[in-house]
Structure formats: structure tokens, C-alpha cells
Design a protein around this ligand. Sequence first.
Ligand code: ZN
Length: 90
Amino acid sequence: MTDTPRRLDAAAVRALTLSTEPWLSCEDCFHLTDQFAELVLSDPDTAEMPAMFVHLRACPACAEEAESLVALVAEEQGIDPTAALARLRG
Ligand SMILES: [Zn+2]
């Protein structure tokens, strides 16, 4: 037997999984939630962090987490979270 099966390396897998739209895992999402909450409160119409919006629309668990954090940060900073929460809910 001289055949060696070809395998996809990590870069090839990444290229395949990223080819259609921005993608985040729940773990990536969790690590970015603080930064995301600050961003969406300072600019509810932001075009930054598009992968977060994609993820939050598809993942109710992370969306709930993000909404709670946005509400908390808004309260701490005396900001009205209405526009930010509306953006999160799409
Ligand atoms: Zn998630």
C-alpha cells in the first residue's frame, strides 16, 4: 500500500468554513461581548463586528447574554439602551 489519503489542513478547513459569511463560535462570541456591548451602545448603527450580529441572530443563548450585558453597561454609564437593544434584535 503506497496510497496516502489527502487530508484538509487547518487553513483549508478555515477557508471552507469562512467562505459564505462571517462566522464566530459561541466561545469567540463570549470573549467579544464586552467590546461589542460598548460598540453597539456608542453607535447602534455601527458596521463594525458584523460577525457578532450574524452570530447573535442565529444563537439565542449568546443573544440573551449580549442583551443583558448591553443593559448592564448602559445602566452603569447612564446611557439609554433602547437603540442598541433594537439593533441587537434586528
Ligand atoms: Zn452563540
